[in-house]
Ligand binder design. Structure first.
Ligand code: FAD
Length: 231
C-alpha cells in the first residue's frame, strides 16, 4: 500500500554519499551532488557497505553504533556457475571439495538441457577466488579435473562469476554473528536521535538475520517506528 504511493519518487542509480543530521532536517547528498531534505532517514545499506565508510555522517555516528557496525561480520561471498557439455558428475551435487565446499548440480529438476554446476563459496575461500578474477574458473576446473579424471576442462563450455564482494553497494554475502557479538544487532537497529534509522537483514533482532524475510521485517519495523515518532 505504502509502496504504491511512493513508487514514482523512487530514484535508481543515485548512491547516497553523505548524510547530515546536525540540523532540524536530515540532508542526504547523492553522488552527483544533489541534496534531499527530510524529517527522517532510513538507511538499509548492508553492514559491509557501512563498514567501508562510503556514506559519511555529520555529526559522526555515535561510538556505540560504529562499534556495532564493526562487530557484525560480513565477508566475501560468490557463486561460480560452470556449464559443461557432458554430465561427468553423474547428476549429483559434490560436497566437501577444497576450493568450493559445494558444487550444486544446478540442472537438478530443471526441464532444460543445460548441464550446470554451481560453486557456492564464502569467507576466506571466496576472498582467494575473488582475487583471481576470471582465474577462479580455471582454479575450480582444476579441482574438478582432479576429482573426475580431467573431464571438467575437456567438457567445459562457459562460466559465470557472481562475486558479491566486488559489488560496490553490497560488498559481501550476508551478515553473520561473529564471536562475542552480544547485542550488537540491537545496537545497530537503534535509531540515532530518533531521526536516522537503520534497517536491513543485519539489524534483525528476531533471529531472521541473513534472510530476505529479516530484511523486509526490519524495514517494516523502522517504518512503523518513524511513523510513530512523527505522530
Ligand atoms: C548467494 C546468496 C544466497 C542467498 N540465499 C538466500 C535465501 O535462500 N533466502 C533468503 O531469505 N536470503 C538469502 N540470501 C540473503 C538475502 O539475499 C539478503 O539477506 C537480503 O538481500 C538482504 O537484504 P537487505 O535489504 O538487508 O540488503 P541488500 O539486499 O544489500 O539491499 C541494500 C540496498 O541498499 C543499496 N545501497 C547500498 N549502499 C547505498 C548507498 N550508498 N546509497 C543508496 N543505496 C545504497 C543497495 O544498492 C541495495 O539495493 C542470500 C544471499 C546470497 C549472497
Amino acid at each position: 500500500m505504502v509502496a504504491a504511493s511512493v513508487i514514482d519518487d523512487v530514484m535508481l542509480n543515485s548512491p547516497v554519499t553523505q548524510i547530515n543530521y546536525s540540523g532540524e532536517k536530515v540532508i542526504a547528498t547523492i553522488a552527483n551532488g544533489d541534496t534531499f531534505e527530510a524529517d527522517r532517514i532510513l538507511i538499509t545499506a548492508s553492514v559491509a557497505v557501512l563498514k567501508t565508510g562510503g556514506i559519511s555522517f555529520t555529526p559522526a555516528l555515535p561510538q556505540a553504533k560504529l562499534q556495532a557496525i564493526q562487530s557484525i561480520g560480513m565477508d566475501a561471498g560468490m557463486k561460480i556457475l560452470l556449464k559443461f557439455n557432458q554430465n561427468f558428475w553423474n547428476g549429483t551435487s559434490l560436497i566437501g571439495a577444497e576450493n568450493s565446499p559445494v558444487y550444486w548440480n544446478a540442472s537438478y529438476g530443471k526441464n532444460g538441457s543445460d548441464l550446470v554446476l554451481s560453486a557456492f563459496v564464502m569467507g576466506e575461500k571466496a576472498e582467494t577466488l575473488s582475487a583471481l578474477d576470471q582465474g577462479a574458473i580455471t582454479q575450480l576446473l582444476s579441482e574438478l579435473d582432479a576429482i573426475y579424471n580431467g573431464q571438467a576442462t575437456s567438457s567445459f563450455v562457459d562460466g559465470l562469476i557472481q562475486d558479491w564482494s566486488q559489488e560496490p553497494y553490497i560488498r559481501g554475502a550476508y551478515s553473520y554473528s561473529s564471536l562475542g557479538i552480544g547485542n550488537q544487532r540491537s545496537v545497530l537497529a537503534e535509531s540515532v536521535n530518533n531521526r536516522v534509522h537503520f534497517a536491513g537483514e543485519a539489524t534483525a533482532t528476531n533471529g531472521h538475520f541473513q534472510t530476505v524475510q529479516g530484511a523486509l521485517e526490519s524495514g517494516e519495523r523502522e517504518f512503523l517506528a518513524m511513523l510513530e515518532s512523527v505522530q
